[in-house]
Design a protein around this ligand. Structure first.
Ligand code: PLP
Length: 392
């Protein structure tokens, strides 16, 4: 069966253990798949929409309750669905940052954070990480001081990634937020790799905004995500329209400006909602997932010359490996060059590593079972042995 003559079915996660860093946490639950089929039609959540005609107030399907549950799950006061974490970033920059105002990002900020600053013509300043690849509160304080000296004002906003996409390291967001608040800088915590994967409480972190990605980490269809705020910011970010047409004198009630009224109107919203009970449970099993990640990393480290670039032992399932002195040595002599690794992995039913890379590469073991973790560990070691590397 195919989708159509021109569109083949995608069977990646059916046929392989998929280690793709950006795909592991977004794989749909069976309930989300059912929701996609049932709510695929445009505006399908609008069947029972009534006053004030807003996504977050729809009772059937229970989107209003879902919004309240999301806010409490995140330890924040209000939450809205957004089409991807990036749209959450933009709603915040657009509300808080004016032209030429400084914004603090980090060495590990995602391009979408930069673009959200660029859209409002903000000026980006970056906090660099320390030698352990961690963003420290001290570095944040120093950079804020520098910005104040140079720009004669503190940054209008600080972005901090709870888990960064390059190393999968966990950064001390709570301490960073405390420092930023000493300078009255509001803090946006980017939870693209944490919300839906591990327990995250915006209140515990002391952040003003907490943003998650549905399709990266909440087992939801794309594009989906969540923007949550503390009560202090709710009115500003979720302000309602105040504009009136000059001829018709029309105004638009309680539509929220940054949300352009409504955001996710069908399969995305209901898919995310259908996965939510599973996601709420799975964050409590994060420790087990981290243990599996360490099992795979330990197997890789047993291969001569192999290093882990991420913090170790791992505290997250996204890991950056350095195999310059192991798999890349093989690649230099192998007839398939750097492609030997992905090719050997695929023969074993494993995929998701960037084809051709044997130096620095990332994998995300999120969602594997105990057996799959052991299988991954054995497979990497076997591929190493088969290619003349010794395994300790
Ligand atoms: C993937 C990612 C994003 C973008 O998330 P979307 O939901 O696709 O917009 C932002 N920040 C980080 C750190 C990411 O890894």
């Amino acid at each position: 069966m195919n989708c159509s003559d021109a569109i083949e079915n995608r069977e990646v996660d059916e046929l392989f253990i998929n280690l793709d860093p950006i795909q592991a946490g977004g794989r749909l639950t069976a309930d989300a798949m059912k929701a996609v089929l049932s709510y695929g039609d445009g505006y399908s959540v609008c069947d029972n929409c009534g006053k004030p005609f807003r996504l977050d107030t729809i009772q059937k399907p229970p989107l209003a309750q879902f919004h309240a549950d999301l806010a409490s799950f995140l330890g924040m006061d209000a939450a809205r669905l957004v089409p991807g974490a990036r749209r959450g970033f933009l709603a915040v920059t657009h509300s808080l940052v004016s032209k030429n105002e400084p914004v603090l990002l980090t060495e590990y900020s995602h391009y979408t954070e930069f673009l959200a600053v660029e859209q409002v013509l903000g000026k980006p300043f970056e906090v660099m990480a320390d030698s352990r690849h961690i963003i420290t509160p001290d570095a944040v304080a120093e950079r804020i001081e520098e910005v104040i000296r140079q720009e004669k004002r503190p940054p209008s906003l600080l972005f901090v990634e709870q888990v960064d996409y390059q190393y999968g390291n966990i950064h001390p967001v709570r301490e960073i937020a405390a420092v930023a608040h000493q300078y009255d800088v509001p803090v946006l915590c980017n939870g693209a790799y944490s919300v839906g994967i591990m327990p995250v409480s915006g209140k515990d972190l002391g952040v003003d905004f907490l943003i998650g990605s549905g399709h990266k980490s909440m087992a939801a269809p794309a594009p989906s995500g969540v923007l949550a705020t503390s009560s202090e910011w709710t009115e500003k970010i979720f302000r309602t329209t105040s504009i009136t047409g000059d001829q018709t004198k029309r105004s638009f009630g309680l539509k929220e400006v940054e949300m352009l009224g409504c955001t996710l109107m069908g399969a995305t919203a209901v898919g995310m909602m259908a996965s939510f009970p599973h996601v709420r449970e799975r964050v409590n099993r994060f420790g087990t997932q981290v243990a599996y990640a360490n099992k795979v990393v330990d197997a890789l480290l047993s291969i001569e010359g192999t290093e882990v670039a991420s913090e170790y032992p791992r505290r997250h399932t996204l890991t950056r490996m350095n195999t310059n002195n192991s798999f890349d040595r093989v690649a230099k002599k192998h007839k398939k060059s750097g492609y030997f690794l992905i090719s050997a992995l695929r023969e074993q039913g494993i995929t998701g590593i960037i084809p051709g890379s044997t130096r620095i590469w990332k994998m995300n073991t999120y969602g594997v079972s105990d057996r799959q973790a052991s299988y991954l560990a054995r497979s990497f070691q076997e591929i190493a042995r088969n290619n003349g590397l010794s395994v300790g």
